[in-house]
Design a protein around this ligand. Structure first.
Ligand SMILES: Nc1ncnc2c1ncn2[C@@H]1O[C@H](COP(=O)(O)OP(=O)(O)OP(=O)(O)O)[C@@H](O)[C@H]1O
Length: 206
């Protein structure tokens, strides 16, 4: 079981503290959502938890089945989907899924064809991603996170650009997350975390 612990974590840009003294424990098998106004620090906190941005103070620990993981290996256990993370647009969907699989395998039994199916994008497998609509691209980003074999799934603004059908698809994928997966979301849209039992306002750490 994956557990992430944040101990007195803080982040400062130039002279401004974005948040300080964040003490949290995230346990697999449930979900957590950070809410807060624009610019309050949700994306910054998510990137910090994902290990993709350095913190200014504090400590972060990832442990799997009671054993602390080497920070150099955290990325193997995390899938992050966010508006600021771009897809490789020159690749076709098929090429993108194959490439992704070389460094982050999909869940057991999921071939690239099945992933394309579950993305509802079988018809676009041979199309370059740059020709996808913004909603199609968003489904691909989310799908790479949902369908990868990662215990930690981090989603920033998950339903951005999704229409109603896309939002229903997102909720269906959330329901299908495994019992040992940990979901962490950054959001300002109540519909996208209506299932989540742990909602925290980042303003409490100002
Ligand atoms: N690289 C950076 N350099 C300086 N300041 C930054 C940098 N990245 C973010 N910030 C600042 O940090 C604060 C938090 O930004 P962040 O993107 O985490 O907020 P957010 O809650 O995700 O906002 P939104 O709801 O608009 O996505 C903002 O004041 C932003 O200007």
């Amino acid at each position: 079981m994956m557990v992430i612990r944040a101990d007195q974590v803080g982040k400062k840009y130039r002279k401004e503290w974005i948040f300080r003294r964040v003490d949290l424990t995230f346990t697999a098998g449930t979900s957590y959502t950070f809410v807060g106004p624009n610019g309050s620090g949700k994306s910054t906190l998510l990137q910090l938890l994902a290990g993709s941005l350095p913190m200014t103070e504090g400590k972060l620990t990832y442990s799997l089945n009671g054993k602390d993981l080497d920070p150099d290996n955290w990325f193997r256990h995390i899938s992050l989907a966010a508006p600021y993370l771009e897809l490789i647009e020159e690749l076709t969907l098929d090429e993108l899924l194959r490439f992704h699989q070389t460094f982050k395998p999909f869940k057991a039994g999921l071939t690239t064809d099945l992933v394309a199916d579950r993305l509802l994008l079988s018809h676009a497998r041979h199309k370059e991603v740059k020709y996808f609509s913004s909603g199609m691209k968003q489904r691909v980003k989310l799908g790479l996170a949902f369908f990868s074999d990662s215990p930690v799934v981090i989603l920033d603004e998950p339903t951005a650009n999704l229409d109603r059908q896309g939002a229903a698809w997102y909720h269906e994928q959330v329901r299908q997350l495994g019992p040992t997966q940990l979901l962490i979301i950054g959001s300002n849209i109540p519909d996208e975390y209506d299932f989540c039992p742990n909602v925290m306002d980042v303003m409490r750490w100002k």
